[in-house]
Design a protein. Structure first.
Length: 250
């Protein structure tokens, strides 16, 4: 048994080395050749704006450094109204660079980028994984999914669930109708646009459970809130949100 495993490992290593030689790893962003241990090239790595402390404990919006007390802090928006979700975390600030990365992943068939993106989700969501029971993606309307062929949030959620050894399900939340793009809408219009947009089925999967909801971008939080509301109404105990990027008002 031991010997077979040794042989398997030797072959695995050998094939990996040959593979690296024939198809050297490339920076997924600029396609420069990179070391096999690297995820992005140095230049692209420095363009990323990571979200780091101090942040709002609930919604993770960055807070001014001078306010850092080392304790749990909340932003003015969360202080005035508690979000329906319990905690949200994001890897990057939503800016020109992260937007392009997400666009490539969403619209240019670069599903391979999910490995890079999940790598950063694993760092950003580290506080959430111990508490998580089930990982689910923010759903796409079925017609849109048919057109796009894949739901980018589902690709991320499935890989992430596998990495953190948690249950994954994309058969819980669904969209009841097509919602217009949220991009140019005000917070109020977004809320209206999403009214009753999400429904829940197979509630046995979420009842009494802690849910980790995966999406690409958190803008005003209206989508995350609408999903959390639907999940909690159907018995989910807690809803955490993890996104690649989050918008920050400049
Ligand atoms: Zn690069
Ligand atoms: Zn907040």
């Amino acid at each position: 048994m031991e010997k077979t495993r040794d042989f398997k490992n030797i072959f695995k290593k050998l094939f990996k080395n040959i593979g690296n030689y024939l198809f050297p790893p490339q920076c997924p962003y600029c396609e420069k050749i990179i070391d096999s241990e690297q995820i992005l090239c140095d230049e692209c790595f420095h363009k990323i704006h990571f979200i780091h402390a101090p942040i709002c404990y609930w919604c993770s919006v960055p807070l001014p450094i001078e306010t850092d007390t080392g304790e749990k802090m909340l932003c003015p928006k969360c202080l005035s109204k508690r979000p329906f979700y319990d905690m949200a975390r994001s890897a990057f600030i939503y800016d020109h660079f992260s937007r392009l990365l997400i666009l490539k992943f969403k619209y240019y068939d670069r599903t391979d980028l999910r490995h890079v993106l999940v790598h950063y989700l694993l760092k950003a969501g580290v506080e959430l994984f111990d508490k998580t029971d089930v990982v689910i993606p923010v759903p796409m309307y079925w017609l849109r999914r048919l057109k796009r062929q894949y739901n980018q949030s589902a690709l991320l959620a499935e890989l992430l669930a596998h990495k953190i050894h948690k249950e994954y399900s994309d058969s819980v939340l669904y969209r009841t109708h097509h919602t217009e793009t949220q991009t140019h809408k005000t917070a109020k219009e977004r809320k209206q646009n999403l009214k009753d947009a999400f429904q829940v089925r197979n509630i046995n999967i979420i009842q009494g459970k802690h849910i980790l909801l995966i999406d690409d971008v958190l803008t005003t939080g209206a989508t995350a809130e609408a999903c959390a509301k639907a999940l909690k109404k159907n018995g989910a105990k807690a809803v955490y949100v993890l996104t690649i990027a989050r918008a920050v008002k400049s």
